[in-house]
Unconditional design. Sequence first.
Length: 288
Amino acid sequence: MNRKDFISLSGLGFLGLYACGTPNLMNNRKPLAIQLYTIRDAIAQNLETSLERLAELGFKQLEIYGYDGKFFGKARAEFQSILKNVGMEVISSHHTTGIVHNSKGTLLNDWEQSVEDLKEIGAKYMVCSYLFEEERTHENYIKLPELLNQSGEITNNAGIGFAYHNHDFEFEKFGDQTVYDFILDNSDSDFVKMELDLYWISKAGFDPLEYFESYPGRFPLWHVKDIKSGSKDFSEIGNGIIDFENIFKAKEKAGLKYWFLEQDSSDKDIFESVKISEDYIRRNNFFR
């Protein structure tokens, strides 16, 4: 670096960042995102304290769960105040169908109000998160694409995207295809995107890259978590067997917009696991 550049960087306060290298500067500008289900036990004790701990680790974007007319038991205004205090934003929110458990916040119970509340807090996506076991019937599977279409049309009219989140049961046979393929083929791609959970699709023995090729642009949201060799238990990112580097190389083909760190359970303190994953993410530029 010549003297002129040195003075310019010093004056702008960038000299220390320059010493770390330009790639690190760019990496640190990219906000980390997490699905809050990862720390659900801590949230049950104290929401704001839990978010503060995540903020200290560098997380600024959230995917939330459990909206039932309130946000973790908080009225919308109070929840927004907490988000402002900790410097975080909600990117996405998880919701169940309401086919069996028809509580507020589900696709079948005053969905318009849910959309209004999520729009008010700035959410960019709403996601059908899970089918309870008793919902996994032939009759419900047949009707599911239309329910997703209707829900997605309402969110899209409000300027919010809509997606379906998978587990492993969607990769079971349904006629001559899988449930997952049936959803993809029979829902409107303008209204229904997919939030691809990399752990669950890998546990089921399917390849995300094949889906990116077959359904390009359909996967704007991902759950990024790892799978232990042998036991197939949940693992910190980088401590398992998923080939994240090659998967992230295909992010443009997939249509990726946002991805969320998640770990459903751990054999450690969950914040320790989150830190292990966070460290691995920061060491590897392909996550950016």
